[in-house]
Design a binder for this molecule. Structure first.
Ligand code: C2E
Ligand code: MG
Ligand code: MG
Ligand code: MG
Length: 290
């Protein structure tokens, strides 16, 4: 695409480059407009029980459909928006939207599914988070156990005591917590034992190499064993091949998600995809990714 516009000089760059060179304030301004104009939505990636293929729930992943730049990945805009006042606004929009989607899922024949919501560092430490979450749960008449909040290790290590206390509050409400991208942070394993979490998500950078790389395989294998011994549920992310799936099963990993099972489902496709792929609560991977 960029090639065809050759000659337009410095203005030739693709959508992602455009975004990277954009100043933080410009991006923030553009994102504000985007939220008003409904350019954001949530894609849902199925999370299944690896042994039974039961559909446990979904991870809600933010999508920005820009009218000119096309789909912009959250990996592109979330880091730049982090610590802006708009990030908090967007985060709360995500919670409102996700809890509304749970209501819709309940009403459409998926009454017990969980939705995992990614939190930014700023939102997790924001004093209004527990009340807002509670409010949305009541408003949408859903069970708090259907809401899982995903936190990264970096969020936790900044202020472990404060983080632990917020986690307790959220769990007392009946929601669950997942530690996302586990293994990529700088934290020690010992902090895990005091952490009130329910799920540990093994980062996909480890999963990607378990078949070929003995070190990654050993890390994943022993992480699964350790996390299970602590009574937590292990979720493997980024499962792309049948070999990875089988190895994780063999290591007794309870849950997983990844392109092999399903790509994140864009919001407009949710109902047709679910009716095609879910039969009596079981996810049929052979029918996805068609
Ligand atoms: P994450 O929470 O670790 O999400 C997993 C990412 O891996 C997602 O990227 C997902 O689309 C991708 N993925 C899933 N399965 C596979 C696979 O088999 N192979 C590969 N290569 N990738 C896979 P995505 O949607 O681009 O999101 C990137 C990150 O942006 C997320 O990482 C999360 O940290 C952040 N994010 C996404 N949605 C939100 C949100 O609503 N709020 C906040 N604060 N952050 C979000
Ligand atoms: Mg996540
Ligand atoms: Mg993750
Ligand atoms: Mg990750």
């Amino acid at each position: 695409e960029a090639k065809s516009k050759k000659g337009a000089g410095y203005r030739v760059y693709d959508a992602t480059m455009n975004l990277k060179v954009m100043k933080k304030v410009e991006l923030e301004a553009e994102a504000r407009v985007a939220l008003r104009e409904s350019q954001f939505s949530l894609a849902l990636q199925p999370q299944i029980d690896l042994r039974t293929n039961e559909l446990i729930g979904f991870e809600a992943l933010l999508r920005w459909y820009h009218p000119v730049k096309g789909t912009i990945s959250p990996a592109e805009f979330i880091p730049s928006l982090e610590n802006t006042s708009f990030m908090l606004e967007l985060d709360y929009w995500v919670i409102a939207k996700a809890t509304y989607l749970i209501r819709e899922l309940n009403a459409n024949g998926y009454p017990n599914v969980k939705l995992a919501i990614n939190l930014s560092a700023g939102q997790f430490l924001d004093p209004s988070l527990p009340d807002f979450l509670q409010q949305q749960i009541i408003r949408n008449d859903i069970s708090p156990s259907q809401v899982c909040l995903e936190l990264t290790e970096t969020v936790l290590v900044t202020d472990i005591e404060r983080a632990t206390s917020i986690m307790r509050t959220i769990r007392d409400m009946g929601c669950t917590l997942a530690i996302d991208d586990f293994g990529t942070g700088y934290s020690s394993l010992s902090y895990l034992k005091s952490l009130p979490a329910d799920f540990i998500k093994i980062d996909r950078s480890f999963v990607a190499n378990i078949v070929e790389n003995a070190d990654d395989r050993n890390i994943v294998h022993s992480t699964i064993a350790m996390v299970r011994k602590m009574g937590l549920i292990v979720v493997a992310e980024g499962i792309e091949t049948a070999e990875q799936f089988e190895m994780l099963c063999h290591f007794d990993c309870q849950m997983g998600q990844g392109y092999l099972i399903s790509r994140p489902i864009p919001e407009p496709d949710i109902w047709t995809t679910l009716s095609k792929n879910v039969h009596m609560g079981i996810w049929d991977s052979t029918r996805s990714n068609e």
